[in-house]
Design a protein around this ligand. Structure first.
Ligand code: PEP
Ligand code: MG
Length: 585
């Protein structure tokens, strides 16, 4: 670790508007690399004692974890405790420990290296069996090995929850399940090595209004001194470590400007999102977790345009029951006090993996193209039926809409609608309290096949929601969460724009509402283009909502339509970027 105060500026992707300054903590998600060296003569016994000491400390750590796990829901606790007990068994007299001790004494090498080598041998032998159960055990051996190496190297273990309030979280990656557990009020900002602009971490960071920079260089992070001052510049896409006095002053000024900007934006909350020539745009919110509801009211959102139901399935080992889902859903419906809530059915797979459904999904070589979202729901209709029943019951307490993710063809919507009607009829028979009419059933347009069949989809859907995050990913074949190709993830690719135009027009011709709920809706650079393309409803993270409203209020519909026509006449992506980025209303 480096302790000097030399300023380091790391460039990344600014994915969440805002600036944060605070002490930085590298959350230990990456495993430290074991060093290798030969021992000086006569040192082997002392080195073995060092290993024995680390083993005792590892056992202590695991016992503490066992104690903490008791607070988890019972099923999760049982599972974790079994796992921790297996790890404890590996730390007492096992082949791993005996092998490492022997290596120190026989080969005269350091303890970290002895552990790492023994782990490789054992895990290598396991992997030859090609059995998924054994493969999982080899992961356990590796995890125990990582723990020992970390203790031997004196690297502190920091989990997300150990970062002190106001701190900046630096991590290799934050998975969707980890973000679901993360309490945004505790952190000032985040910076990670992996992740793209519309990847899950970015979406969540934006929805929480947490400044974030992704795709930063890992090597520089490793030299971080814990607690060193860091600045996350989510606007400029920079992480500054150990800022100089001048840099610090510059950012303090920027923070001050942002605060003023925020005060001005807050004044817009009660004002309508209307263009200078009178076109009204409905602004709704995207929600990931019910806890975001607290801030939603203040944002001026007209209901929820996309509620991602995945959170209910995360960080647990079993699928939630109808009752559990109903409880979570009805809380949202009630909180919205009559404003509509659009629940999207389970959208699992790709970047959103879920342990409770792992058996179905994790074996796929290419999960983004695998059994996911509506395909999974239709293959295992009990999943869809449980969600539909919970949403239908919640619909008694306020207006709800249902949105189907990853649709490719109209028959999927027809199939889902049949199931919805069946659930409705069954609930009626059971004398459940229900709304008078069935909720509108909408289709996500987020796969090129859906965009190209938008006319047939419009005939069977009550509304469209354009999911540009996936539409871009699947059109230009760029993984939305991969930092290595993030610069090629271009919402303004002419093919993407044509697919959008085609589907918007198909929806409008059929007279159904067409909204956009992808991240494009949250970037004011694209607002004129979207309005010009015919979008009259947008759904976005509530933190971005005032800024988009501010933009709409200075646009004219006529100029926006002209702008959209001009953009769609272009074929050169760079030219389109230049036109869109320099557009002045
Ligand atoms: C999208 O793909 O644009 C979308 C809104 O859905 P998600 O980001 O949840 O995949
Ligand atoms: Mg999507």
């Amino acid at each position: 670790m480096r302790n000097n105060a030399e300023e380091i500026v790391l460039n990344g992707l600014g994915v969440s508007h805002g600036i944060a300054m605070g002490p930085a903590y590298l959350v230990q998600i990456e495993h430290p690399q074991a060093p290798h060296y030969a021992l000086a003569a006569g040192q082997a016994e002392a080195e073995k004692a060092r290993l024995d000491h680390a083993v005792i400390q590892a056992q202590r750590e695991i016992l503490v974890l066992k104690e903490k796990s008791a607070d988890l829901p019972i099923e999760a606790a049982e599972e974790i405790i079994l796992l921790l007990e297996a790890h404890l068994a590996m730390l007492s007299g096992s082949r791993l420990i005996r092998g490492a001790q022997e290596k120190i004494l026989r080969d005269n090498i350091n303890a970290e290296s002895a552990v790492a080598r023994e782990v490789d041998i054992i895990a290598g032998q396991f992997s030859q069996l090609k059995d998924p159960y054994i493969a999982a055990r080899s992961e356990d051996v590796r995890n125990v090995g990582y723990r020992l190496v970390r203790i031997l190297m004196n690297v502190p273990y920091l989990s997300l929850n150990d970062v002190p309030p106001g701190g900046i979280v630096l991590a290799l990656e934050i998975t969707p399940a980890e973000t679901a557990l993360l309490d945004p009020r505790r952190f000032a900002g985040i910076a990670t090595v992996h992740g793209g602009v519309t990847g899950h971490t970015a979406v969540v960071a934006r929805s929480m209004g947490l400044p974030a920079v992704l795709g930063i260089d890992q090597a520089s992070l490793e030299s971080l001194h814990h607690g060193a001052l860091a600045i996350v510049d989510g606007i400029g896409g920079k992480l500054v470590l150990n800022p100089s006095l001048a840099t610090k002053r510059l950012y303090e000024q920027k923070l001050q400007d942002l605060r003023q900007d925020k005060t001005a934006l807050n004044k817009l909350t009660q004002m309508p999102a209307v263009t200078t020539d009178g076109a009204e745009i409905v602004l709704r919110a995207n929600l990931e977790m019910p806890r975001e509801l607290e801030n939603l009211q203040a944002s001026g959102a007209d209901g929820i345009g996309l509620f991602r139901t995945e959170f209910m399935f995360m960080n647990r080992d079993t699928v939630p029951s109808e009752e559990e889902q109903f409880e979570a859903i009805v809380e949202v419906v009630r909180a919205m006090k009559g404003a509509p809530v659009t629940f999207r059915t389970l959208d699992i797979g790709g970047d959103k993996m879920i342990r409770s459904l792992g058996a179905h999904l994790s074996a796929a070589a290419n999960p983004a193209l695998g059994l996911r979202a509506i395909r999974l729901s239709l293959k295992e209709p009990h999943l869809l039926e449980t969600q539909f029943r919970a949403i239908l019951r919640a619909g008694y307490f306020g207006p709800v809409r249902i949105l189907l993710p990853m649709v490719t063809v109209a028959t999927e919507v027809e199939h889902a609608r049949r199931i919805l009607k069946k659930c409705h009829a069954e609930l009626k028979k059971e004398k459940a309290s229900l709304a008078d009419t069935l909720p509108p059933l909408g289709t996500m347009i987020e796969i090129p096949a859906a965009a190209l069949s938008a006319d047939s989809l419009a005939a069977v859907s009550d509304f469209f929601a354009l999911g540009t995050n996936d539409l871009i990913q699947y059109t230009v074949a760029i993984d939305r969460g991969n930092d290595q190709v993030a610069s090629l993830f271009n919402p303004l690719n002419p093919a993407v724009l044509r697919l959008m135009e085609f589907s918007i027009q198909a929806g409008l011709r059929a007279g159904i509402p067409v909204s956009i709920c992808g991240e494009m809706a949250a970037d004011p650079k694209y607002t004129a283009l979207l309005v010009g393309l015919g979008i009259r409803e947008m759904s976005l993270g509530f933190a971005s909502l005032p800024r988009i409203k501010q933009r709409i209020r200075v646009l004219s519909l006529a100029r926006s339509e002209e702008h959209a026509r001009y953009v769609l006449d272009q074929y050169d992506p760079d030219r389109i970027i230049q036109i869109v980025h320099t557009f002045r209303p």
